[in-house]
Design a protein around this ligand. Sequence first.
Ligand SMILES: N[C@@H](CCC(=O)N[C@@H](CS)C(=O)NCC(=O)O)C(=O)O
Length: 207
Amino acid sequence: MVKYTLVYFDGRGRAEVSRILFELAGVEYEDKRIKGEDWGKLKSEMPFGQMPILKIDDDVTLCQSEAIEFYLAKTFGFAGINTLEEAQVLMIGNCVMDTLMPLFKMHGVKEEEVKDEMKKKYQEEQMPKFLGMLEKLLVSNKGGDGYFIGDKITVADVKIVGIFEWLPVFGINVDFNKYPKLKALNDRVTTEPKIAAWIARRPESKF
Ligand SMILES: N[C@@H](CCC(=O)N[C@@H](CS)C(=O)NCC(=O)O)C(=O)O
């Protein structure tokens, strides 16, 4: 049996998609959560100075959340059924990360006025545009009542849940009713029994 250790802060953040993939696959792993005060001395041990990382059998260490997610998705069968679907899975994943980039930038801004301006633009212009495009991409797969790619859940669908979870963390209000297929997909994914069980028992966290 492969030994997996996922190391991240005590939050959902960039590790949650990987955690959900472990749950979906029913594969055991260690969910190692580093306290903020311990991070300073660990940072230099990380391959790229950041988390998450995934240790595989204590031999290999992967960094970069999206590489970790794709590795797990492919290993567990949630990355599409052929090369084209794999590319489509990565495509949706990149789209999702692009929708969140302005948020991450905003987070680093110190001046409150600039931050408020960025937030307003994000909430009123950028995010609605991104969500509209994602809704269209979803609909382009057989009307959008299933999943983003093919006929079964992939990591691309799991990543959508991230949008629904990240926005409230940053105080962004978006009317998801305007994107009914996306909203229904989020509901479908979060009520999938293994995922729902994880959401119900996972540790409470601020982000
Ligand atoms: N591109 C990287 C970004 C990783 C990243 O930004 N990690 C943050 C937490 S979400 C981190 O380790 N922050 C602490 C630091 O940079 O010292 C990924 O997707 O894994």
